[in-house]
Design a protein around this ligand. Sequence first.
Ligand SMILES: NC(=O)c1ccc[n+]([C@@H]2O[C@H](COP(=O)([O-])OP(=O)(O)OC[C@H]3O[C@@H](n4cnc5c(N)ncnc54)[C@H](O)[C@@H]3O)[C@@H](O)[C@H]2O)c1
Length: 273
Amino acid sequence: MIQRDATYVVMGLLDSDSIAYAIGKAIGEGGGKVIFTVQSARMKKIFFDRNKALDQEVKDALDIRFCDITQDEEIEALFADIGPIAGVVHSIAYANPKTCLGPEFHTDAYDDLKTGFHISAVSLASVTRYAVPKMPDGGAVVALSFASEIAFAYYNWMHVNKAALEATVRGLARRHGRDYVRVNAISAGPLSTKAAGAIPGFKELGSTWERMAPIPWNPETDKEEVANAALFLIGPCSRKISGQVLYVDGGASIVGGELLPHEKPGGPVPGAE
Ligand SMILES: NC(=O)c1ccc[n+]([C@@H]2O[C@H](COP(=O)([O-])OP(=O)(O)OC[C@H]3O[C@@H](n4cnc5c(N)ncnc54)[C@H](O)[C@@H]3O)[C@@H](O)[C@H]2O)c1
């Protein structure tokens, strides 16, 4: 599904639960080379190095660079330092949970809103700008989104950031067609990661998905399904797809209300009783 032996940059590794880790692992298994980025050496030490879920051997084999996405010079240096690449995965988001997420939508924490917008949406453009020259034969950029079209409890300003991220995807797709670079997003269902754990009410979101997704969704194990979609979008099979948001959410996004018992796999057959 991907170009074997080509190099892909996967940004946003925190620990083995990160969506970035699942995508990088799948790229490696598919025969690609992976350069991961972590926000800083400090974050790596705290979250990745101490992570017991991975063997030291596996950790040592990874090519990990550092890049704080709010610092343009760090993004520029990252891409200046690597050879040609076939694609980039942007798996990064942040919003201060105390001020931007939670039971109250209204906030006067404007600096937090700006930071969240910069990290979660604008940074996709910064990354693409420096990555494109490293894709002389064309390539692909993929970002990770979540439910931008409706409003869930607690997710407040991250909904706004995700809507902006998806608009950024479309703007970049239009701008970089001339470079043969496609830009797309995956809108994933809820998955257990550090970022998700910081969202107040995340557990409720998981049970909402149980009631809404026609294809059952598992926040613990369905990262691999998101990784499969990412491989499709960064690989040659999606050569003519750009500016799109691909939903990998068990179909929850198209359901009005909640599923009735007979609509669920294994549910009662209507009229059979
Ligand atoms: N977990 C979910 O339920 C879910 C669902 C849909 C989409 N997503 C999206 O997937 C992406 C990855 O999140 P995740 O769930 O794997 O969580 P995660 O916590 O593993 O990853 C988030 C990453 O963002 C990085 N980051 C934050 N600020 C940064 C900065 N200034 N510079 C560089 N990196 C920075 C963090 O260091 C971390 O590596 C995010 O865009 C998230 O919104 C997550």
